[in-house]
Ligand binder design. Structure first.
Ligand SMILES: [Zn+2]
Length: 140
């Protein structure tokens, strides 16, 4: 991919600011999950479903932080690809298309071109993701 040195710098800055945002957001999530647990404990004093509230908010906290970790990994990988000069090339095995710069500006951690991303999402929706969500107590 023919990214100019300047474009590379721009994407590096974008990735780093995205990283900072995620880290800040993650802190916020932990705080709000903790507040929900406190509310759960307070409710238990008046005979409500405290355990459920605690389990529910812990699950929310875990899935949110999992989400953040995945995004952080994506960003770290993207930074590595930027150094290795492979940034912006689709990572799918049977594809080596360039990811459009417009897509990278919106999703600087993008690993796949749009066509491969759609294929991947279609696959995920068919198997694990939808099942996992619907069997999850807070989504049931
Ligand atoms: Zn692709």
């Amino acid at each position: 991919m023919a990214l100019s040195a300047r474009e590379k710098d721009d994407f590096r800055a974008l990735l780093l600011s995205e990283r900072t945002k995620i880290l800040a957001k993650r802190k916020g999530h932990f705080r709000s999950a903790k507040e929900k647990i406190d509310i759960g404990i307070i409710r238990s004093a008046i005979g409500n479903h405290a355990t459920e509230a605690i389990i529910g908010s812990t699950l929310v906290e875990e899935s949110l932080s999992q989400d953040c970790i995945i995004k952080l990994e994506e960003i770290d990988e993207a930074l590595k690809r930027l150094d290795a000069d492979t940034y912006g090339i689709c990572l799918a095995l049977d594809c080596d298309l360039e990811i459009p710069v417009e897509r990278l500006k919106l999703l600087p951690g993008a690993e796949l071109c749009i066509a491969c991303q759609k294929k991947k999402e279609a696959k995920e929706n068919k198997c694990c993701r939808s099942q996992r969500l619907s069997s999850h107590p807070i989504y049931a």
